[in-house]
Design a protein around this ligand. Structure first.
Ligand SMILES: Cc1cc2nc3c(=O)[nH]c(=O)nc-3n(C[C@H](O)[C@H](O)[C@H](O)COP(=O)(O)O)c2cc1C
Ligand SMILES: [Fe+2]
Ligand SMILES: [Fe+2]
Length: 398
């Protein structure tokens, strides 16, 4: 995409990444892609806010150069040191060695560690300002969103918040950078939730601290470092962040995530009956095969729903490995205090249930029951499975 002038003198100069398959080497974005948003303010002084990932260096430099002479750049504002926003720095400094780099005190240390940079660094304190001419930037230190050095930058004349990863989403920008009518906002919100749960959720307390710090600030535009620029309805994102951050302490939605996996279809046959029972209770249900669905997509459902029904066979005396991994990822993302139950097939001594119970104990998930059977489930067992699903879902609703 060509640069976009968001407000007089303030430009989006981001890049779409349709190449990377795994964001942070872990989270599947093979279908959605991601954008690295970067911004240029042209005034008596010029400043770039957030940069770009190294793989996009050529396109990024061309875009920046189309608007300003690189050697004339005065400031680079580094809201966050993660390489998806700083990767092009080494190349940029070869062209513009005098540019001043601005970040928090922790950013300054990290710039040495990552890029060996020791000169032209300026650490700013919370609330400090930088005047570019007509535009004044104010810096808000917002630690652990989602690294220790993170901050946000606020442009006062346009009331524009450059929030970096906060309020960001997966998903490339398709022809427009804005949350305007006609843009699939539901899809971007889904991608923002997935981004939140994958990357930000364990820092929900710092999110609340940041929201409190920014509460009295008039914000007309939120310009994050990934995904849409929220100029139409910035309040919507702030409301969503309040809700998502609250889910680490408040009960989640009365709905069920059904996670299952199956080698030969025995557990899967039971899954179909259990699912029927859950829907019989009128409770919303989402089903994921943990061996086929990347964990990035499963975690948002676990994060927002109170019930987790688990279906997995025994494998070498324990729980089927992919299910174990899924539950361990939930633990890694601090998705605690859910209600759960297990069903699954085995052939001799079993052992899946036992390992499941020890895994969910760590998660502080309350186990409401088990339905374990040998080999293929018979008709009577399937009827039992439907009742098992119904009973579980009723407890989730209650
Ligand atoms: C590699 C492998 C390891 C297994 N380990 C155990 C085990 O330790 N204990 C047990 O009771 N059954 C074990 N089983 C048997 C399965 O749990 C059983 O076949 C079950 O019906 C599979 O359910 P599914 O069709 O949903 O995959 C194992 C099966 C395989 C293929
Ligand atoms: Fe980040
Ligand atoms: Fe990022």
């Amino acid at each position: 995409m060509l640069p976009v002038e968001i407000k007089p003198g303030i430009f989006w100069i981001g890049v779409n990444d349709r190449i990377t398959q795994l964001f942070e080497g872990l989270w599947d974005i093979s279908k959605e892609g991601v954008s690295y948003n970067s911004y240029l303010i042209r005034d008596e002084k010029t400043a770039v806010i957030d940069l770009n990932k190294v793989i996009m260096t050529g396109e990024y430099m061309d875009k920046l150069q189309s608007l300003t002479g690189l050697e004339k750049l005065d400031y680079v504002i580094i809201n966050h040191m993660e390489p998806d926003h700083t990767g092009v720095l080494r190349t940029l400094l070869k062209i513009a060695p005098k540019v001043q780099l601005i970040g928090t005190a922790k950013t300054v240390g990290m710039l040495q560690d990552f890029y060996g940079i020791t000169e032209n660094l300026r650490a700013v304190a919370d609330g400090e300002t930088l005047t570019l001419g007509k535009h004044t930037l104010r810096f808000f230190v917002t630690p652990f969103l989602h690294w220790p050095e993170t901050m946000m930058t606020y442009e006062e004349s346009e009331q524009m918040l450059f929030s970096c990863d906060a309020f960001g989403s997966y998903g490339v920008l398709n022809g427009t950078i804005f949350d305007d009518a006609g843009v699939p906002l539901d899809w971007y919100e889904e991608q923002a939730l997935r981004y939140y749960v994958n990357i930000i959720a364990i820092f929900s307390k710092p999110v609340n601290n940041a929201l409190a710090k920014l509460a009295s600030l008039p914000v007309r535009i939120i310009a994050p470092s990934h995904g849409l620029i929220w100029h139409n309805n910035p309040g919507r994102m702030i409301e969503l962040y309040k809700k998502w951050a609250s889910l680490t302490t408040e009960p989640a939605d009365p709905a069920v995530t059904l996670l299952y996996t199956s080698m030969y279809g025995n557990t899967e046959a039971m899954m179909e009956a259990v699912a029927q029972g859950i829907v019989d209770a009128g409770v919303p249900l989402t089903i994921y095969n943990v061996s086929q669905t990347p964990i990035s997509y499963i975690l948002p459902s676990l994060y927002t729903r109170q019930g987790v029904m688990v279906g997995a066979p025994t494998y070498e005396g324990g729980l089927f490995p992919d299910m174990k991994t899924a539950l361990e990822m939930a633990e890694g993302k601090h998705i605690y205090n859910r209600k759960t139950a297990i069903f699954g097939s085995h052939a001799w001594l079993g052992g899946g249930e036992k390992e499941f119970l020890s895994l969910v104990e760590v998660l502080k998930w309350e186990s409401l029951g088990s339905l374990i059977f040998k080999g293929a489930p018979g008709y009577e067992e399937l009827v039992q499975g439907r009742a098992f699903g119904l009973e579980f879902a009723r407890k989730i609703k209650a």
